[in-house]
Design a protein around this ligand. Structure first.
Ligand code: ZN
Length: 279
């Protein structure tokens, strides 16, 4: 499942193809993904320009010259491909934009959304409705934005008696962290995934804040490197090789102390940690 760094990487890869570029045509293969798709989506996108792209949590927001926003949510299994030649669409390719290059040389490129499990979504809505949008309205601050600080985190965790691992996954507290980076962040911070969220204070809260920022920044850098270094087969973007210290490493030695990395299930999701380094 793509988390903040993967979505940020996809957004960066889409900017050259979409920003200031005109939609030549759009293909919408289904009436619904996780939820129904907007009515007349293809028609409403055709001939429009994208003005700029941003990311909020795990969503990509593509602003258009119609004062509307196209929102892309990759869900569990969504992926994006960019092609320079018109591709033959596969069974799970549900959406495609045929884009005219900004240079005006008539060159076309193609952005395809593939989503086998269909937990993703596409929405198109007025820019003025952005703050009340059902996926965005209750979202917590961006961990790499100005509003995120130890103070914010401390406040967000206050009175939460559940484990810190679950709190990190709560998009209303902090945006964009998923199951993989939650384990990585807690390892870097030296905090047990089982510790009660409300008991994180002082130096621990400082370490956690720093670990969130550092882990996500490093992963975004890896994503950027993947975009520069190799064109992925089939044009798929955003799934780069993550450098993971604990996630998926149960039974292997901890990179800090050589103790065995453990796995536990919290709210149905696996957490990986070192019980000696993380308290
Ligand atoms: Zn250790």
């Amino acid at each position: 499942m793509p988390e903040l760094p993967e979505v940020e990487t996809i957004k960066r890869a889409l900017i050259p193809v979409l920003q200031n570029c005109q939609v030549n045509s759009a293909f919408v293969g289904r009436e619904n993904l996780r939820w129904p798709l907007p009515k007349d989506l293809a028609k409403r996108l055709t001939s429009r320009y994208f003005t700029h792209l941003t990311r909020r949590g795990k969503y990509i927001l593509m602003f258009m010259d119609s004062d509307e926003v196209l929102l892309l949510h990759l869900g569990m299994s969504g992926s994006v491909r960019i092609h320079q030649q018109k591709p033959n669409l596969g069974k799970h390719d549900h959406f495609m934009l045929e884009m005219l290059a900004a240079k005006g040389d008539g060159k076309l490129s193609y952005v395809v959304l593939n989503d086998p499990r269909r937990f993703g979504w596409i929405d198109l809505f007025a820019e003025s409705a952005i703050d009340s949008h059902k996926l965005l309205a209750k979202m917590g601050p961006e961990p790499l934005g100005n509003k995120f600080s130890v103070m914010h985190l401390q406040e967000a965790l206050n009175g939460r008696s559940g484990p810190i691992k679950n709190a990190l996954l709560n998009q209303a507290l902090v945006a964009g962290i998923g199951n993989i980076y939650a384990s990585e962040i807690l390892f870097l911070a030296g905090i047990s995934p089982r510790r009660k969220a409300e008991n994180i204070a002082g130096r621990r809260a400082e370490r956690l804040t720093a670990a969130i920022v550092k882990t996500l920044r490093a992963a975004i850098e890896d994503g950027g490197t993947s975009l520069r270094d190799h064109v992925q087969p089939g044009g798929e973007i955003g799934y780069f090789v993550q450098r993971l210290a604990v996630y998926g490493r149960a039974g292997k030695p901890c990179s800090k102390c050589s103790s065995t990395i453990k796995i536990i299930i919290q709210s149905g999701r696996s957490s990986f940690y070192c019980s000696r380094c993380q308290r």
